[in-house]
Design a protein around this ligand. Structure first.
Ligand SMILES: NC(=O)C1=CN([C@@H]2O[C@H](COP(=O)(O)OP(=O)(O)OC[C@H]3O[C@@H](n4cnc5c(N)ncnc54)[C@H](O)[C@@H]3O)[C@@H](O)[C@H]2O)[C@@H](O)CC1
Ligand SMILES: Nc1ncnc2c1ncn2[C@@H]1O[C@H](COP(=O)(O)OP(=O)(O)O)[C@@H](O)[C@H]1O
Length: 446
């Protein structure tokens, strides 16, 4: 679980300049970063030789500083350079090392491989020659540690720029970068370890999702105070049923399934025909899971939209609703396919695409996946990494829709409701076991 602000490469540069003005272009920051990294690497060395592969920029500079420190600590360390230093700081750090710098093509393997080739400055795919050189040394080591980012990761969009290996650990300097959160790159990094280099807490419009604060229940509260959720029931009853149950487990005091309810057993979920809906009593509604796309389904959806309460829009409704028609207090929960159908092939990273979509429809967009991104129309965005691949199972998204519905009904604003629902859904998945099915999630929600 990670927490805190996520900075793009250019935001990171501004953060460094603001946090350490007049610092000889960042030299003392580089010394702190390289030395702190060396101290972490030393703990893991266990007598093994360390090979640090350096690049031409400041990431390479961190590598030379770390190498000098490790040598001073008495560890066995070698340095290889993939490209000669190009940045001023990297040259200065190279001078600190003074000893031999090997060629990566001929350098022998070592037990620990440290990747100081490219960090947040990577802006283009790695050449085949670079991939081969990094891959040969990295994949021959017992332990792979990356400084800031695994080389071959698109810093701002998490793209795969040819990453030649997967690290066991990545030592991250001062702030998370989008590549630590967005896949595929986030999958290359191994365990993420933040290194504080004295810049303080960064501010950013993009953050990792965090556990929601509990909503208090006053001692005298009754079922209607605890939030009422209406779930549209179409012709695929299982999906609407899961959403309704998840809304109950999410804490809503009164949940109604309305529409085609013939298939449901008698239970604590109230069931009624579309014509019986009590419009005054609904704090939030979920429209989409198992709804269908026919005329009757659309009429049911419209009837619920006309109530005017906050909405979760999921599944089928996303295949016909136009972005301009989305009611403002809504949370949309598309997977990638539904997202593309509604918003087309938008350019940019997953965060940028979710932000563009949120701004276009004027509502919160929760673009699902291993790295679910929640974006508000105002530009705030959160990436959720508190999840597990076992959540990729039929009906899991219906459970999420019901949970977000409960959060809306209990009074959270749409962006906060989406963040809380995604967190609780991911948390349930993390506590599940292999073979988990969507029904299991209901008992794991807390
Ligand atoms: N004050 C500072 O200077 C600090 C810098 N830090 C380090 O500095 C890094 C960022 O440094 P830079 O902005 O110099 O960027 P990098 O060192 O990540 O890389 C930039 C260099 O690599 C080249 N390059 C990028 N992609 C390439 C590719 N595919 N093939 C060949 N060459 C490529 C660029 O032309 C440039 O010379 C951070 O990731 C972090 O490791 C940290 O030490 C924190 C403090
Ligand atoms: N690999 C994964 N890791 C974590 N969460 C995942 C993964 N794959 C899917 N999920 C989550 O599972 C849910 C699946 O939703 P969706 O595709 O709408 O399923 P369904 O329509 O079957 O209910 C989403 O919340 C998504 O973020």
């Amino acid at each position: 679980m990670t927490a805190g602000a996520i900075l793009t490469a250019s935001e990171m540069k501004g953060f460094e300049q603001d946090g350490a003005p007049g610092d000889e272009g960042g030299w003392s920051l580089m010394c702190r970063a390289g030395q702190a990294a060396a101290d972490r690497i030393a703990i893991r060395a266990a007598g093994r030789e360390i090979l640090i592969l350096c690049g031409p920029g400041n990431n390479g500079g961190d590598g030379y500083v770390a190498a000098a420190r490790l040598r001073d600590l008495g560890l066995r360390v070698r340095v290889a350079a993939l490209i000669e230093p190009e940045s001023e700081l990297c040259r200065r750090a190279r001078d600190l090392w003074v000893s031999e710098v090997e060629s990566p093509e001929v350098g022998a393997r070592a037990g620990i491989f440290v990747d100081a080739v490219f960090g947040s400055g990577q802006d283009r795919p790695l050449s085949d020659k670079i991939v081969a050189a990094i891959g040969r040394l990295a994949n021959a080591a017992e332990l792979r540690i990356a400084l800031d980012l695994v080389s071959g990761s698109g810093c701002d969009d998490g793209a795969d720029l040819g990453a030649p290996y997967h690290a066991e650990e990545t030592l991250v300097f001062a702030a998370w970068k989008p590549a630590h959160a967005l896949y595929p790159a986030a999958g290359f990094m191994g365990h993420l370890d933040m290194i504080d280099i004295g810049l303080g807490e960064p501010k950013a419009e993009l953050r990792f999702n965090s556990p929601p604060e509990a909503i208090p229940s006053p001692a005298t509260s009754h079922k209607f105070d605890r939030g009422t959720v209406l779930v549209a029931a179409g012709h695929m009853p299982g999906a609407a049923w899961l959403a309704a149950r998840a809304a109950q487990r999410g804490g809503a005091g009164y949940v109604t399934l309305a529409g085609y309810t013939d298939a449901f057993p008698p239970s604590s979920v109230v069931q009624m025909a579309a014509g019986e809906i009590d419009a005054d009593r609904q704090d939030a509604a979920v429209i989409g899971p198992g709804l269908g796309r026919g005329e009757e389904s659309r009429a049911l959806a419209q009837r619920i939209i006309d109530i005017g309460c906050p909405l979760v829009l999921d599944g089928d409704i996303l295949s016909w609703m136009k972005p301009d028609d989305v009611p403002p207090a809504s949370v949309l929960t598309p997977h990638e396919g539904e997202f593309r159908r509604m918003f087309g092939n938008l350019p940019g990273s997953k965060v940028e695409r979710a932000r563009t979509a949120a701004s276009r429809c004027g509502a919160v967009v929760c673009l699902k996946g291993r790295d679910t991104v929640i974006a508000s129309p105002e530009g705030a965005a959160v990436v959720n990494d508190h999840a597990h691949p076992r959540l990729g199972t039929a009906g899991s998204g219906d459970v999420l829709a019901g949970l977000v519905g409960a959060e809306l009904a209990r009074g959270r604003a749409p962006f906060e409701a989406a963040c809380a629902g995604v967190w609780r859904h991911g948390d349930a998945g993390c506590r599940g076991r292999d073979g988990l099915i969507a029904e299991d999630l209901l008992d794991l929600i807390r």
